[in-house]
Design a protein around this ligand. Structure first.
Ligand code: NAD
Ligand code: TDX
Length: 347
């Protein structure tokens, strides 16, 4: 059946992979990408599909209720996949209110718009994309399950936890059909170079210091972004309404080991002597309230919906490095502010 799916945050890192997957895989769906293009949103990410007949871009802020209503009506939106968010923990420490606005109020605006526009809720899905950070930090072992109590520790994760609670509250109170996924750390092409992996690739390339917070002992579970997009596709089509699914890579790494791996691979790719890039590693002041370890137990989505990661980490890292090395102009644009000119020339 044809659907008109509103994907929010589609110009961002994960959103652009979700939009590309849906536009290419489902020609019968109309994909409406709604994004206000913050520093993290980049339409260059979507060049390969921007002329597809089933793709539309709407430059709209989810804080603008009137514009959300217009978009729902103009495109007869049948379903929502909500990714738009402020996503960087360090920025949330310096400006928490921006996270409250977009991640909490923006999500409630979107819920209200869907609730008012849709008639028979059983025919529509509101899919909220969230993070494993809502569960807090695993300081004493174990894994995050869907039943793990929320214990957010940063302003970012507190805002995402709050938005998850609102989505569940709308399902319970108004009977909106919803689903939530909580995913671990993503990496891959198109990630803004403020996050650990693209930041290190960018800095190694330019012989700049690699800032490792604290002792580099913190652990994250990493998933290739295309595998996250595949999981979203599976949950959107086969997930049970009202359910939560954790998504992860079964792939835990200490930060310092990732940075060393990147140094080793980059030395090989750039033809530098082994050990050259490691000299750039610089231990810096720890992130305030730095969560020690995240680790997802993704066995529910694996056993109930048959999803599993398709790429081994080293393969994904190779693909990621290759993408950044062959897209230097992309990096140059997002780091120099030239992107704005691209936008003005195209829209
Ligand atoms: P990102 O920062 O790369 O992209 C966010 C996108 O949202 C950008 O295109 C931005 O322009 C847009 N946006 C921000 N505020 C907006 C607003 N007020 N109105 C409209 N658009 C707005 O983020 P990402 O890493 O792609 O994350 C996408 C989603 O996935 C987020 O909800 C995030 O919490 C979640 N998530 C991310 C990760 C990860 O590792 N990056 C892991 C799990 C979950
Ligand atoms: O320069 C750095 N040095 C460093 O040691 C940066 C940017 C990060 N780090 C550390 C902090 C974390 O332990 O590396 C780890 C990864 O940091 P980020 O890439 O900032 O990701 P994280 O804070 O783990 O959050 C990410 O994963 C969950 C995303 O940014 C979130 O949007 C997602 O929800």
């Amino acid at each position: 059946m044809g659907k008109n799916i509103l994907i929010t945050g589609g110009a961002g890192f994960i959103g652009c992979h979700v939009v590309q997957l849906f536009v290419n895989k489902y020609p019968d769906y109309k994909i409406v990408n709604l994004d206000c293009l913050t520093y993290a949103g980049n339409l260059e990410n979507l060049k390969s599909i921007e002329d597809c007949p089933n793709y539309v871009f709407e430059k709209v802020d989810i804080l603008d209720e009137a514009e959300l209503k217009r978009v729902f009506e103009a495109h007869a939106i049948t379903d929502v996949i909500h990714l738009a968010a402020e996503s960087h923990v360090d920025r949330s420490i310096t400006d928490p209110l921006a996270f409250v606005k977009t991640n909490i109020i923006g999500t409630v605006n979107l819920l209200n718009t869907a609730k008012a526009y849709w008639k028979d809720y059983s025919e529509h899905l509101f899919y909220h994309v969230s993070t494993d950070e809502v569960y807090g930090s695993l300081d004493h072992g174990g894994f995050f399950l869907e039943t793990t109590p929320y214990d957010p520790q940063s302003p970012y994760s507190a805002s995402k936890a709050s938005s998850d609670h609102f989505v569940r509250a709308y399902a319970n109170t108004y009977k909106l059909k919803t689903v939530i996924t909580n995913c671990s750390n993503n990496y891959g092409p198109n990630q803004f170079p403020e996050k650990l992996i693209p930041l290190c690739i960018h800095n190694i390339r330019n012989n700049k210091p690699l800032p490792v917070y604290g002792k580099g002992e913190n652990i994250r579970d990493w998933l290739y972004v295309v595998d996250h997009a595949r999981a979203i596709d599976v949950v959107f089509h086969q997930g049970k309404a009202g359910e939560t699914y954790n998504i992860g890579g079964f792939n835990e790494w200490k930060n310092i080991d990732i940075v060393r791996l990147l140094c080793q691979k980059m030395d090989e790719k750039l033809g530098r002597a082994a050990g050259t890039s490691e000299q750039l590693i610089t231990f810096v002041k720890d992130r305030a309230g730095h969560d020690l370890r995240y680790a997802i137990d993704a066995s529910k989505i694996q056993s109930e919906l048959g999803w599993e990661p398709s790429l081994q980490f080293e393969e994904g890292i190779e693909k990621t490095i290759d993408w950044y090395l062959s897209n230097e102009s992309w990096l140059e644009n997002v780091t120099s502010g030239n992107y704005q000119k691209y936008y003005e020339a195209h829209y």
